[in-house]
Design a protein around this ligand. Structure first.
Ligand code: AMP
Ligand code: TRP
Length: 334
């Protein structure tokens, strides 16, 4: 992401309402959304139909949706300018997904690494669903409905966006130029925040709580989690030379403290792991303080949140339906 910030483009991204959001989601995705929304036309979706592709609890899903909506707003999404809405409120998403699945290449779909890794985590009794396999086609529909140019996400979604682009291209070649070709927008250093307990794995809400910092963790919990985070055998603080565990912590420190790499390396030169971890925990706590206050305030008012999501639906619907209409026309379905 060394390019300058794009302008006058359409931005689309989404997060699944499937549990606590963590600093990986924030640094990998949401932070870029906030930077991009000012000079672009942005849609931020709560992708509930993606969240139901694995076993989930229907009784808590409505609350999880409101949690994500409140997270977007508390993190700085401007609801006057950008559109936030719930995927299942607009039926064009699933309808377009079916139409696109008629040209989605099965071979490429079978190579999606997220499907391979997620399907391994599912218990035999629940079995892997067809929806988990076709998930990237629904994601393609999400993106293509809004004539999206840019999709700001973490590194793990890059393969899905390449597939979306490939499907758009195949469609245009077969039926005529309907779709805009999307591109991913991935931050350089925080594209893949790693687990605090295993730096070989990405930070993920489906792993043990100690492995991630949730955006709503209390200062006490943040201190505990950082103090038990794994480090490398040699205590060097260098963005180039540190081992993977420390490099990950340094990247998090850089993002929250907003200091330059050189400044951080100098500051830490004579420090112990304990001292580094104290500074790191303090910078995360202060970096999340405003967010947490706003979140608590916004999350109290379900009615207002639902109203915002209803307004988002109305704003998104027109564009989505007009894209779907064109698709049906060129496919001979009108
Ligand atoms: P998910 O929680 O899988 O719905 O992901 C939501 C967004 O956060 C996507 O753009 C992901 O690429 C991004 N994301 C998730 N985990 C990480 C991580 N560990 N590091 C960076 N970005 C992440
Ligand atoms: N698959 C994405 C994830 O797990 C979420 C998602 C669904 C998405 N549809 C999208 C992201 C469209 C960007 C654009 O993180």
């Amino acid at each position: 992401m060394s390019q300058s910030l794009p302008s006058n483009k359409t931005i689309f991204s989404g997060i699944q309402p499937s549990g606590a959001l963590h600093i990986g989601n924030y640094l990998g995705a949401i932070k870029q959304w906030i930077e991009l929304q000012q000079d672009n036309n942005a849609y931020f979706c709560i992708v509930d139909q993606h969240a139901i592709t694995v076993p989930y609890d229907p009784s808590t899903l409505p609350d999880r949706v409101l949690d994500v909506a409140a997270t977007y707003i508390a993190a700085g999404v401007d609801i006057q300018k950008s559109v936030i809405f719930v995927q299942s409120h607009i039926s064009a998403h699933t309808e377009l997904a079916w139409l696109l699945s008629t040209i989605a290449p099965y071979g490429a779909m079978s190579r999606m690494t997220q499907f391979k890794s997620k399907s391994k985590t599912i218990d035999a009794k629940d079995s892997v669903s067809l929806a988990l396999f076709s998930y990237p086609v629904l994601m393609t529909a999400d993106i293509l409905l809004y004539n999206t140019n840019i999709v700001p996400v973490g590194e793990d979604q890059k393969q899905h966006i390449e597939l979306a682009r490939d499907i758009a291209q195949r469609f245009n070649t077969t039926y005529g130029d309907v779709f805009t070709l999307p591109e991913s927008y991935i931050p350089e250093q925080t594209a893949r925040i790693m687990s605090l307990t295993d730096p070989k794995k990405k930070m993920s809400k489906s792993d043990a709580e100690k492995s991630y910092i949730a955006l709503n963790d209390s200062p006490e919990i943040i201190r505990q989690k950082i103090s038990s985070a794994v480090t490398d055998t040699e205590a060097i603080f260098s963005f180039k030379k540190s081992g993977p565990a420390v490099k990950n912590l340094l990247n998090i420190y850089k993002a929250f403290s907003k200091k330059e790499e050189q400044v951080i390396e100098q500051e830490l030169a004579e420090k112990s792991y304990k001292e580094f971890k104290d500074s790191l925990a303090a910078s995360i706590i202060s970096g999340l303080h405003n967010f947490q206050q706003k979140f608590d305030e916004i999350r109290k008012d379900d009615v207002e949140l639902r109203f915002t999501l209803g307004r988002g639906m109305h704003r998104a619907q027109g564009v989505a339906n007009s894209t779907l209409h064109r698709v049906k026309e060129v496919m001979g379905l009108m």
